[in-house]
Design a protein around this ligand. Structure first.
Ligand SMILES: Nc1ncnc2c1ncn2[C@@H]1O[C@H](COP(=O)(O)OP(=O)(O)OP(=O)(O)O)[C@@H](O)[C@H]1O
Ligand SMILES: [Mg+2]
Length: 329
């Protein structure tokens, strides 16, 4: 199915992907609409945007793990030449965890409290790769723990004997158990204190370099994006507001939403500057405004924004944004 011998430098291409949530008796919620992105080998892509803008939905769809109400209504997810959306359940199960894995939002609380961490990592391996040799399996568990900075002898301990940071490391070990090429990290450090956050991020960075992983990092933390990411996709209300390399996003943002997000981010060189916040709320995804989804909150809004949804425009071949201002300039 997927050919390992000739791995292209582009690992994944998401083309015009749209996802609805369907609840009986209610209009569908357009949680993701027309999102296009490319992920290359070893690339770290940052996915940012306000709470509820569709980040987790988009990520779950890449692994075909959407909740029951989620429907992919258009687009494709091309992974190494295969559209994941067309694969049978058996074939997608072969991709999940082995090719693409995910560290879930709030993952560290997902460990089973009554089983040792080592057992849970063993299971993450054997569920996907048959391994009858107990010693080899034990060694692999130790190796994975060591990789994430946990002494292998602690595999016999239970989650409550681990600190929050260690539990999160154990979840990262599980995500790496089947040597994936892509790791999706959905807010991997939320709920951890800042010191531990820094350690986990350093760990992800080291692993990324050591294993040549491609990472999609979902985060609210623009500082982290600046430090870790090669490219950034900014989502607003289910659509792509802006997508480019990290330098362009930080230095030449074109979409007023990106500009406002950056203003809301502390500038260490000018700590006295007042931080801006964006007044108003994100749109209801089951009752979207007819024009641009950001129009009701946009400081640069003009008439057309209220009636016509902007298409995605290429500012340069590597910089995309959906804003009528850019179209007009
Ligand atoms: N199972 C579901 N059924 C119906 N609607 C859902 C479901 N899961 C999410 N949604 C809706 O889809 C939208 C996108 O949710 P999603 O979890 O993808 O956002 P997010 O960007 O990851 O937010 P956060 O930053 O808070 O994690 C939200 O409006 C949410 O209410
Ligand atoms: Mg989320």
């Amino acid at each position: 199915m997927i050919n390992d011998t000739n791995i292209p430098s582009t690992l994944m291409e998401v083309n015009h992907l749209s996802i609805d949530y369907v609840t009986p008796g209610r209009p569908p919620a357009h949680a993701v609409e027309d999102v296009t992105l490319t992920l290359r080998e070893g690339e770290v892509l940052g996915l940012v945007g306000e709470s509820g803008c569709g980040k987790t939905t988009l990520m779950l769809s890449l692994m075909r793990l959407l909740p029951a109400a989620g429907r992919i209504v258009g687009g494709e997810v091309n992974f190494m030449g295969t559209d994941l959306l067309n694969l049978s359940e058996t074939d997608i199960a072969d991709v999940r965890w082995k090719r693409i894995s995910m560290i879930f939002q709030g993952a560290m609380n997902a460990l089973n409290p009554v089983r040792t961490v080592g057992d849970q990592i063993s299971e993450a391996i054997t569920q996907h790769i048959p391994m009858n040799d107990k010693t080899a399996l034990d060694n692999r568990v130790g190796e994975l723990l060591d990789l994430v900075g946990i002494a292998p002898h602690r595999k016999v301990e239970y989650p409550h004997q681990y600190s929050g940071g260690m539990r999160q490391r154990a979840m990262i070990a599980m995500a790496l158990a089947c040597t994936p090429q892509v790791v999706i990290a959905d807010e991997p450090t939320t709920a951890l204190d800042v010191m531990i956050q820094a350690q986990i991020l350093e760990l992800l960075q080291t692993l990324q370099q050591k294993l040549g992983l491609a990472i999609i990092l979902v985060t609210h933390d623009l500082g982290l994006v600046a430090e870790m990411c090669d490219s950034v996709l900014v989502m607003y209300g289910g659509v792509t507001a802006e997508y480019s390399d990290v330098d362009t996003i930080f230095n030449e943002p074109k979409h007023p939403y990106t500009q406002e997000l950056l203003k809301a981010f502390p500038d260490l060189s000018n700590p006295r500057e007042t931080l801006a916040s964006i007044p108003g709320y994100p749109p209801r995804l089951d009752a979207l405004p007819p024009g641009c989804r950001f129009a009701p909150r946009c400081p640069a809004v003009f008439d057309r924004c209220h009636v016509e949804q902007p298409d995605i425009h290429a500012v340069t071949p590597t910089h995309y944004t959906s804003c009528h201002l850019v179209e007009n300039s």
